[in-house]
Design a protein around this ligand. Structure first.
Ligand code: ATP
Length: 241
């Protein structure tokens, strides 16, 4: 596969619902993302950033999901529409996606139990010590101490919960990591964790889509930047390498 993402004049709309007509949230986006690259998507409120991120994540829930209303796109080789449901399902298993307000997850499980479940879901053959080692390594990747392992998410700060959610996505060893405003409203240490997660994904040959208005992060990560305004691309800058 040549590119992780191939978007050609892609438009995305939300379907009509009672009292509201169909709404086009993204119009005419064309871009390519290759292995090892990062795309930063920025723009003001309602610009369509989350809609684009969510469509690329191939997640159907929560409803209503944005639908392709023009153009075409492939995500990890799978077409966004039409035949190819199986390809989309396969591709989805290789995509890590942290939605805008995603925090951990598994409310009734400890951090150990929750992360172990994600790891075993991804790699069922691992034995107990290997799962423990993997959990420790993931916690290290999101800069959290081992002391959180026996805690429940409700006992952690929102920044810590966001990091656990990120660790859960990294556990999938994603080929495409999509992070929607991962640092918004959180303490500055989360920024370093996000940078490390991006570097880690790229080092494994994956690509990253990051929704953020933090321009300095784009420069720091060597990211391509797409700027959206009311759903339409108004700016593009290629990564400086
Ligand atoms: N589930 C939905 N149903 C209908 N319209 C929606 C839905 N979600 C978002 N929209 C609309 O689509 C447009 C783009 O929204 P989106 O959340 O993608 O923007 P955004 O750039 O991520 O904004 P923000 O920075 O405020 O999160 C907005 O006009 C929004 O009202």
């Amino acid at each position: 596969m040549d590119s992780l993402l191939a978007l050609e004049d892609l438009s995305l709309s939300y379907p009509a619902r009672v009292g509201h007509s169909a709404h086009r949230a993204v119009s005419g986006v064309s871009l390519t993302l290759r292995a090892g690259e990062t795309l930063l998507v920025s723009g003001g409120a309602g610009a369509g950033k989350s809609t684009l991120a969510r469509a690329l994540s191939l997640r159907a829930d929560p409803k209503p999901a944005p639908r392709v209303s023009g153009g075409a796109a492939r995500v990890l080789g799978a077409p966004l529409t039409g035949f190819g449901q199986r390809a989309r399902r396969d591709a989805r298993t290789h995509i890590g996606y942290l939605a805008q307000r995603d925090e951990a997850l598994f409310a009734t499980r400890t951090i150990t139990q929750g992360l172990a479940a994600v790891i075993l879901d991804h790699t069922p053959v691992l034995d107990h010590p290997a799962v423990g080692a993997r959990i420790a390594e993931l916690l290290d990747a999101v800069h959290l101490p081992l002391s959180v392992l026996d805690r429940f998410p409700s006992e952690l700060s929102s920044g810590q919960r966001r990091r656990i959610a990120l660790a859960g996505e990294l556990a999938r060893e994603p080929r495409l990591l999509i992070l929607d405003e991962p640092t918004a409203g959180l303490d500055p240490t989360v920024r370093a964790v996000v940078s490390a997660a991006v570097a880690r994904t790229r080092a494994h040959g994956g690509g990253v889509v990051l929704v953020s208005n933090d321009d300095s992060l784009a420069a720091e990560l060597g990211a391509h930047t797409l700027v959206l305004e009311r759903g339409t691309p108004v700016g593009w800058s290629a990564a400086r390498v």
